[in-house]
Design a protein around this ligand. Sequence first.
Ligand SMILES: Nc1ncnc2c1ncn2[C@@H]1O[C@H](COP(=O)(O)OP(=O)(O)O)[C@@H](O)[C@H]1O
Ligand SMILES: Cc1ncsc1CCOP(=O)(O)O
Ligand SMILES: [Mg+2]
Length: 309
Amino acid sequence: MGRITNKMSRDFGINGYNVCTCCLLKKIAPMADQKQQESINPWGLKSWTYLSSLRQHSPLIQCITNFVSMDIMANTLLAAGASPAMVHSILEIPDFTPHTQSVLINVGTLTPDWLPAMKAAAGVANQLGKPWVLDPAAVGASSFRLKACLELIELKPTVIRGNGSEIIALSMASIGSTKGADSLHESKDAVESAKSLAKSSGSIVAISGSVDFVTDGERVVGAHNGVPMMQKITASGCAVTALIAAFVAVDPTHAFEATASAFSVFGLAGEIAMELAKGPASLRMHLIDTLHGLDQDTVLHGVTISNFS
Ligand SMILES: Nc1ncnc2c1ncn2[C@@H]1O[C@H](COP(=O)(O)OP(=O)(O)O)[C@@H](O)[C@H]1O
Ligand SMILES: Cc1ncsc1CCOP(=O)(O)O
Ligand SMILES: [Mg+2]
């Protein structure tokens, strides 16, 4: 348990609204003395702040994503409190993207005709100062996919989230052995690649796996929530990237904190869901139900994020 620091008590901005973690702390524990307040898990408090703000403000998230992930991604976003829209025609981007609070771009089933729409949406997001998040799904599968992702990274994503193999391929800008959308690497083996990618791109880089890591090139935190069975749900990685886009929409100026919180909230929902699940299909269902019902006490006490060195 860490101390509640000054850094923690700064404002969390939500598209013009502000949620102060100090005020939240007073609401959560109005009668608590200094010692009791200090025992509150600071990452639990941050994560609850994001989740409750997401539910309150329900940001619109534009998702340009792969065919496999559309359903679980939209349901994950709805369950968490956001409003998803799978709008991917280049003809709609000038009208639609300005109304969104963040954009999610996932290259999982990329073909050449989709890439201009992805670039256009990222460009509009940049012009309007909105965050956008890149999921380089299966980036090591082909030179075409790698080149597309490197071009997208030129457009300065706020966050890049991949599994270990995806982050290593991006960082090295080369393809090698691949298992498609699945990872050949442990997430911890990609931490140095993630730091280097974060430095070269200016993006927050997030690696999913048994521990989820988040780095800005200097700081690294590990989010320890989750269960191994989550890997057996197709597009669970895509879904958590969309949740990151939603958390970042709530607080674009603290993308590092928002990303780690999204990982932990999703993993925590997976842990609770696993108690009811019989396998991947029922885990998927219970995970979405649990995400929808997560309460303050569960998040405050269940989120496990720590510094990594
Ligand atoms: N061994 C594991 N233990 C706990 N959680 C895991 C494990 N592997 C993956 N996860 C979780 O599953 C989700 C998808 O991650 P991952 O399988 O790495 O993504 P991808 O589908 O892109 O390869 C993430 O929320 C991650 O935290
Ligand atoms: C199986 C598959 N093939 C292309 S995209 C995709 C979904 C991958 O999703 P995730 O990387 O989140 O498991
Ligand atoms: Mg997967």
